[in-house]
Design a binder for this molecule. Structure first.
Ligand SMILES: Cc1cc2nc3c(=O)[nH]c(=O)nc-3n(C[C@H](O)[C@H](O)[C@H](O)COP(=O)(O)OP(=O)(O)OC[C@H]3O[C@@H](n4cnc5c(N)ncnc54)[C@H](O)[C@@H]3O)c2cc1C
Ligand code: SF4
Length: 475
């Protein structure tokens, strides 16, 4: 803790977003960066608490106080070496992590101005790339081979960890390019895809083989992979979206959120989309059903297309603004979140259930919604929803369903390997090792936990890699 009084005298300073009028016409990253001097000043605010709650809150167990202190002292290289011990890809988490650590920072509790931990993390890793501290390493090989199925953050973290331990790693990915939802889910305005390309290039230089356009469980046999590799890590994500099976669901104009988001990312990659399949929101009234982050990403995308209007509705009540007594510090606060996409223009409404899609000649015209009320949860139960009978029609030419994901695809690989699933449909593993009992197969990420966060997927991939290493050593 280089400057013991900084937290008393220096305020939190975020780099902020590019101005709306400048960013709304492009898909480049919206977040800006501070200069190195301001960044070090921000790092000086860390109090190096006796109990670092930031460290407790981070699923990767990042050692934030250590690297804040090194950053404050201008020891960028040393700060990076501490950061890389626990985090494989700080360039991803530094951009798109919801910063669970900052919500648990003691300065969040005392003055609502936590240390800018996430932005500092991004600055450290970007300096490391810029200054050339990140170079391909060539591990000593141990003649064992591991297959990773799925190249999202869980699969990438597992592959990176195993490669560094000397295993020959092959990553199988069904899509055209590696990255999972980082690549074909999260919009470019949150995470530029050059950032993923840079990391994949490095991983390839370090010896990891990526086999894209390879769907395991149909094009390639999963059983064959399990028998020819010493171990397998299944990291196939949680891809089945929650549907809204109400009247009119089949009307032209009703889409899952990822149909829009993944298509947009493909277009930006230069991947050709058949003209008949292109979803464009220009001049359209857009309704997003689902008030979460995926919905917010649809809002930002629709506005960049030039939508006539964008409305986002949510069945649950509006969360409290600022502070929620139900989730006291150091817990992650369940409060109203206003994203960069919301700032760009969007009507947000809560307590609305969707009753039916209304169409004319098979084309969507609107959605009938009904206002609902929520009765407070009784001890041990969930809040109870009550319909009010008050209905209205929201006009819409396009609807995007952003109501979450339910579980991994149950056909294909899961069926071929006869993998057991839990009551929610996620792959069932030994919670201590992520191993599937009695096999050389391990699983990680959203496929095990259900849809979650990049930082949790990376932590899960690291855990599976450590368990695979132990398993193969014991063998
Ligand atoms: C629109 C959207 C925005 C999000 N934004 C954020 C955010 O800002 N911050 C955040 O922390 N989290 C965010 N998330 C959540 C985050 O992206 C996921 O939790 C995370 O990507 C899960 O990682 P994963 O590796 O488990 O799975 P995924 O990223 O889903 O990767 C799984 C990979 O496996 C591949 N695959 C599946 N089946 C097969 C098969 N049979 N053979 C070969 N390959 C296969 C898939 O093609 C995919 O590439 C967002 C999610 C969505 C949908
Ligand atoms: S990964 Fe997320 S929770 Fe962990 S230190 Fe970085 S921003 Fe904080």
């Amino acid at each position: 803790m280089g400057n013991p009084k900084a937290f008393l005298t220096i305020h939190r300073q975020e780099a902020g977003y590019r101005p709306v009028h400048e960013r709304i016409d492009d898909f480049s990253e919206v977040e800006q960066t501070l200069n190195s001097s301001d960044r070090r000043t921000q790092a000086s605010r860390c109090m190096d608490c006796g109990v670092p709650f930031c460290h407790w809150a981070c699923p990767l167990g990042n050692k934030q106080p250590e690297w804040q202190d090194l950053l404050y002292k201008g020891k960028w290289r040393e700060a990076f070496h501490v950061l890389e011990q626990t985090c494989d890809f700080p360039e991803f988490t530094g951009r798109i992590c919801p910063a669970l650590c900052e919500k648990s920072c003691v300065l969040k509790l005392s003055c609502d101005e936590p240390v800018t931990i996430r932005e500092n993390e991004a600055a450290i890793v970007e300096a490391a790339f810029r200054e050339g501290y990140i170079r391909p390493v060539q591990p000593v090989r141990n003649d064992k081979r591991v297959a990773v199925i799925g190249s999202g953050p869980a699969g990438l973290a597992a592959a990176n960890q195993l490669n560094r331990r000397g295993y020959e790693v092959t990553v199988f990915e069904k899509y055209e390019l590696p990255g999972g939802l980082l690549r074909f889910g999260i919009p470019n305005f949150k995470l530029g895809k050059n950032i993923i390309d840079r990391r994949i290039r490095l991983m390839e230089q370090e010896g990891i083989v990526f086999k894209v356009n390879t769907m395991v469980g149909s094009e390639v046999s999963a059983k064959e992979i399990a028998s020819t590799f010493d171990a397998v890590c299944v990291a196939i994500g949680s891809e089945v979206p929650r549907d809204l099976p109400i009247e009119g669901r089949n009307l032209k104009g009703v889409h899952f959120a990822l149909e829009l988001l993944s298509q947009q990312n493909r277009i930006l990659e230069g991947i050709a989309i058949p003209p008949k399949d292109i979803i464009n929101c220009k001049g359209k009234k857009v309704l997003v059903i689902g008030g979460g982050d995926t919905g917010s990403d649809c809002v930002g995308t629709a506005n960049r297309h030039g939508a006539a209007s964008v409305t986002q509705i949510e069945i649950m009540p509006q969360p409290p603004v600022g502070h929620n007594p139900a989730t006291p510090w150091p817990l992650y606060p369940q409060v109203l979140k206003t994203s960069s996409s919301h700032e760009e223009g969007c009507i947000r409404r809560w307590n609305l259930a969707s009753v039916r899609f209304i169409g004319d000649k098979n084309t969507l015209k609107g959605v009938e919604v009904e206002e609902v009320e929520w009765l407070p949860a009784k001890e041990g139960s969930r809040p109870e929803m009550r319909k009010t009978g008050r209905t209205e029609v929201i006009e819409a030419d396009l609807v995007f369903l952003a109501m979450g994901f339910i579980h991994p695809e149950q056909e294909g690989l899961v069926k071929e390997l006869s993998l057991a699933v839990d009551t929610r449909g996620n792959i069932a593993v030994d919670p201590a090792t992520n191993q599937i009992a009695g096999t050389n197969i391990f699983a990680s990420g959203d496929a095990v936990s259900g849809a979650s966060l990049v930082v949790r997927a990376m932590a899960s991939g690291r855990k599976a890699a450590a368990a695979i290493d132990q398993y193969l050593r014991d063998k």
